[in-house]
Design a protein around this ligand. Sequence first.
Ligand code: A3D
Length: 323
Amino acid sequence: MSLHITPPQVECKTPLVAIIGSGNVGSALAQRVAEKNLADVVLLDIAAGRPQGIALDLMEARGVERHDRKITGSMDYADIAGADAVVITAGRPRTPGMSRDDLLRVNAEIVSGAARQVIAHAPDAVLIVVTNPLDVMTHLAWKASGLPAQRVIGMAGILDSARFQTFIAMELGVSSVDVSAIVLGGHGDLMVPLPRYSTVNGIPITDLMDAATIERLVERTRNGGAEIVELLQTGGAFYAPASSTYVMLESILLNRSRIVPAAAYLAGQYGLHDLFIGVPVRLSCRGVESILELVLTDQERLALQQSAQSIQKSLSQLAALTS
Ligand code: A3D
């Protein structure tokens, strides 16, 4: 032996993302975070062997994918210590015919339990919630964790907007890259796609398509999750949800200040109080740096209020179920 490479004497701190739930969304997200070299990843699950197996599989791809991120799998929350961001994907996905609200009770317990563990082991992390029903689960995670509202955010708006963006691009036969779309409101049937604020390279889609075509794309967007559930039959979407969550993580960990729609806590903005709902936010290392209040028409404002009422109803239902 003529050459000797000395192992590093001091471990440097690399950003760490903990993902609670190593199912379809969690494992796709872990792959994206690691392969884009954003952060090391801890995958946590209650299913014995699954987080460890996914982590080892992803580790074995490192040489091929040419990155140095460490991916570990665990069933022990102690291993998320030091996480800069934690993503909760733990829960049950929808099955055909099941509404997001059917998931309410079963996922409420899972998410609240996870949020309590997060605060115990990674108290400085920004918390992103993905589990459905999204807006209600984000509210529960905030309550259970006791974190400032700024540091708890729900992922849905980027995904819903990405679906709208895709359908607009497909309809017009243009590149998705040139389409910018925005969807506000809760992640449910009453979500609020905003055609007036959706553009193709700056041109509002209201100048490019007639009202009936836009309404058809809006409906397909509202039904975007269910369309994939019907096709897959054994679970929900996970690639686009993982990509969307990645955008949030990147803006937080790299302090990029991206303006994205996400479920944030409202205290009077848009005339709404004490609930999490999808609005445009500026995401920085501190979480939600600020909330942007778009100028809405009466119709758009009403649609947002109806979406908010449906979230409030689920919150009250849940309170009644658990009292
Ligand atoms: P799935 O592949 O079933 O993964 C869920 C994982 O959570 C499984 O591996 C379970 O073992 C694990 N799990 C269950 N309970 C616990 C617990 N107490 N602690 C830790 N892990 C646990 O589902 P999925 O990855 O397809 O979806 C996960 C969640 O995200 C579901 O609630 C979906 O409805 C939701 N989801 C939301 C969006 C949004 O846009 C908001 C998109 C896609 C999925």
